[in-house]
Design a protein around this ligand. Structure first.
Ligand code: ZN
Length: 201
């Protein structure tokens, strides 16, 4: 495998990037000057050094020096009675951008697949989270994508949460379908998210 093939292969592992796009990235990089490539290499190294997984919500964020928490989890003014379960780090960002939610988050790291192929959610970590913080919760919001996999995952989690002894007092809700079918949370605009949150049931 030559250098171009090797870098192409690495880019194809990015979400949503096919071989042709990956190859375009490689030739784009070759056309840039040395300064740009050095900056890119440095930025990748910096992000790996300074951005870590929050020990509470499990999203990737620049952490506080003293405690391994992101800015949201370290914020004592947020609503401890509300927890929102989302698939991805970018979903947290979108929801924060909407300004409609003031509780805490837990990032599942993906969704379950209807075909049963990739069981990729952080279920064990969620159980541990609930053991630690579950007693304070009055609501758990399932904020998954309006896709078949997202809905399947929401159903699965709703059933699991019903049997979870650490959260017996919390009601489990899902985002209202202001989100159009098939849409992923990260592509929803702020207005849609506000509506979806208002219409949760
Ligand atoms: Zn956090």
């Amino acid at each position: 495998m030559n250098e171009v093939d090797k870098l192409t292969e690495l880019f194809t592992q990015f979400p949503g990037i096919g071989p042709r796009q990956a190859r375009r990235f490689v030739f784009f990089l070759l056309r840039q000057n040395t300064g740009y490539r050095a900056m890119l290499i440095r930025a990748i190294q910096d992000v790996a050094t300074h951005v870590k997984q929050c020990s509470r919500c499990l999203r990737y964020a620049p952490l506080h020096v003293k405690e391994p928490l992101c800015d949201i989890c370290a914020d004592g003014n947020r609503d401890t009675t509300q927890l929102m379960l989302v698939e991805k780090d970018t979903d947290v960002e979108q929801m924060e951008h909407s300004g409609a939610y003031a509780g805490y988050y837990f990032v599942l790291g993906g969704s379950l697949s209807l075909t049963g192929k990739k069981y990729a959610i952080r279920e064990k970590e969620l159980v541990q989270y609930l053991q630690k913080y579950g007693a304070a919760l009055s609501e758990i919001i399932l904020a998954l994508s309006a896709t078949p996999d997202g809905e399947y995952t929401a159903d699965y989690l709703a059933t699991k949460l019903k049997d979870d002894a650490s959260v017996q007092t919390a009601r489990v809700t899902t985002l209202g379908r202001g989100l159009s079918t098939g849409s992923e949370l990260e592509y929803a605009d702020a207005h849609t998210l506000v509506q979806a949150l208002k219409n949760r049931a």
